[in-house]
Design a protein around this ligand. Structure first.
Ligand code: UDP
Ligand code: MG
Length: 309
């Protein structure tokens, strides 16, 4: 039996050695062989050199080196595509998800005969209030909008078995929202509660721009409800238009002198309907853009080289 640990790394020179040490300690307690797959996602610092040193000393360390920065989700996907394990654990490089929790996940998986054990964050230390609030409401909103039910407060930190790895690897989707896709795959999935720690060192590699892109993929790939919003706004516009027509008509009957004064209301209506139309076009644009991405069929990532794989 083999367990693959998948670790995406982007500019993590301050943490990779420590991560390796902690993962090794944990793996020494697991009665299985292990491989540690580090994906170097186009780091601009010494991450790759450090990983290389580790790979030279320890053949369990395997490296997938991307040709440039493709993003966290692509890195994890590449790890899953290339892993040989009967189980795969997905974990961040920054030790925010304590590697020791993998042991609990393995226990739970055995006890519950589950196929997926996903980490649920009980508490999150050392993260900005902005991140905490946006994350909290994002997962809850997405859950309401989506056709698939997702567990809330869950990241990609999880343990999955070969059935799920194979199912995941057969998905043709290019912009992947991994936590959503794994929920969508199904099988038996159980939560494992843990406390998310502060980053061991360095800074977050998820600035607002990446967070928004990630959120948009989650939303537009898992929900068609925004398209319905366009229809509802259309109805609303018609209703407002009708009510306003009636109001004008009555005003004209009751007080014929007043109906010339209409500048404010005309401007308001123009703004309102303009807004509704732009919003609707924007939502359509998002879906068309996603279709465009999928239609191009470009690979999700380009691997420059692999080491020990
Ligand atoms: N990461 C990556 N590529 C990116 C951004 C992030 O591989 O473009 C990795 C990063 O090295 C880390 C994990 O994804 O191992 C999570 O990123 P981070 O800890 O910065 O995100 P946060 O925990 O702040 O949401
Ligand atoms: Mg982190």
């Amino acid at each position: 039996m083999l367990i693959s640990v998948i670790v995406p790394c982007y500019n993590e020179e301050l943490v990779v050695n420590e991560t390796y040490k902690r993962l090794k300690e944990v793996m020494s307690k697991v009665e299985m062989d292990h491989e540690l797959i580090f994906i170097n996602d186009g780091s601009k610092d010494k991450t790759f050199a450090l990983l290389n040193e580790l790979a030279q000393e320890d053949s369990c360390v395997k490296i997938i080196n991307f040709a440039r920065n493709f993003g966290h989700q692509c890195a994890v996907t590449a790890g899953l595509h290339n892993c040989n394990g009967d189980y795969a654990a997905i974990i961040d490089a920054d030790l925010q998800d304590p590697p020791e929790v993998i042991l609990e996940m393995l226990d739970l998986m055995r006890k519950e005969e589950a196929n997926v054990v996903y980490g649920v964050r009980k508490k999150r230390e050392g993260e900005s209030w902005f991140k905490l609030i946006t994350a909290k409401y994002f997962y809850r909103t997405l859950n309401k909008l989506s056709d698939v039910q997702f567990p809330v407060d869950t990241g990609d930190f999880r343990l999955i078995d070969r059935n799920v790895i194979d199912a995941f690897n057969s998905l043709p989707e290019r912009n992947k929202y991994i936590r959503g896709l794994i929920s969508w795959i199904g099988y038996k999935q159980v939560p494992c509660y843990y406390e998310r720690k502060e980053r061991f060192a360095g800074e977050t590699k998820y600035p607002l721009k990446k967070m928004l892109k990630f959120a948009a993929i989650g939303l537009f790939y898992f929900s068609k409800k925004p398209l319905k919003l366009a229809t509802w706004l259309g109805f609303l516009s018609v209703a407002v238009g009708l009510l306003y027509a009636i109001a004008i008509f009555i005003a004209r009957l009751v007080n014929p002198a007043s109906f010339v004064m209409g500048w404010t209301s005309i401007v308001l209506l123009v703004i309102f309907f303009g807004g509704v139309q732009l919003l609707t076009v924007g939502i359509l644009g998002q879906y068309v853009g996603n279709l465009f991405d999928e239609a191009k069929g470009r690979p999700e990532y380009i691997i420059a080289n692999k080491i020990n794989l």
